[in-house]
Design a protein around this ligand. Structure first.
Ligand code: HEM
Length: 208
């Protein structure tokens, strides 16, 4: 646990997450890894299939929830293989890619901002170039943040994302097959800066 003073909302969130961890309700990497093995969730991580070896340092678990998907993003700080140091200002993100790579992707990211607050936001990688437009330029209406916390050395966000939405002129429909991408990197001015670990692209497309 960090020594900084948490704002009241975050204190409530962290208390809830801590309580969930005590009951084993899916708030740690190992229990989310279990979800990946057992249920209808589609999982994606930086290290391929890390949940099978229960060795995840960053894991995105995505499940259908009627006309939305639930996205659970979780990363361990100071993880042993990727050495993710999440104590500074960093983002972790999973993207729904129309191009099969970075470009033309809707990205849900979870980040620890300059005020030591954790936020989850929707953002967009433009087509035809390696560039992210920043969440401030994206309508956040399709995103409903359920929780966002940094506790027990884990950065953790859970959101609901509508399956159908449009960013700039690109229509996304998560009922249709999309490639999943994952990445992590530093945050500058509360905005994504380029990843500093190799990003990961799913071998298979997923639909929800
Ligand atoms: C301002 C932010 C970003 C910049 C400047 C950036 C830049 C780049 C560059 C230059 C590459 C080419 C390969 C390399 O040099 O590593 C790349 C690849 C990649 N990036 Fe990003 N990136 C950004 C954000 C993101 C985000 C938010 C994601 C997804 C969550 C992402 C996912 C990927 C993936 C999957 C690749 C490999 C496939 C490809 O080249 O399309 N990137 N990025």
């Amino acid at each position: 646990m960090q020594s900084y003073i948490l704002p009241p909302v975050l204190l409530i969130l962290t208390a809830n997450v801590a309580a969930a961890q005590n009951t084993g309700c899916g708030s740690s990497l190992s229990s989310v890894s279990q979800t990946c093995q057992n249920s209808g969730s589609v999982c994606h991580s930086l290290q391929a299939q890390c949940w099978q070896a229960a060795s995840c340092e960053f894991l995105a678990s995505i499940a259908t929830a009627n006309d939305a998907v639930t996205v659970d993003l979780l990363a361990a700080a100071n993880g042993n293989q990727l050495q993710l140091n999440l104590t500074g200002n960093r983002w972790i993100g999973v993207g729904f890619s129309m191009s099969g790579g970075m470009a033309n992707s809707a990205v849900v990211h979870c980040f620890h901002d300059a005020n030591d607050t954790v936020q989850a936001k929707l953002t967009y990688n433009i087509p035809n170039a390696h560039f992210n437009i920043g969440w401030q330029n994206v309508d956040q209406a399709p995103l409903n943040v359920q929780s966002a916390s940094y506790v027990n050395n884990e950065l953790h966000c859970v959101v609901k994302l509508q399956k159908k939405f449009t960013i700039q002129s690109q229509a996304f429909d998560l009922n249709q097959p999309v490639t999943l991408i994952a990445a992590t990197g530093p945050l500058r001015n509360n905005t994504i800066a380029m990843h500093d670990r190799d990003p990961a692209i799913s071998k298979q497309k997923a639909s929800f």
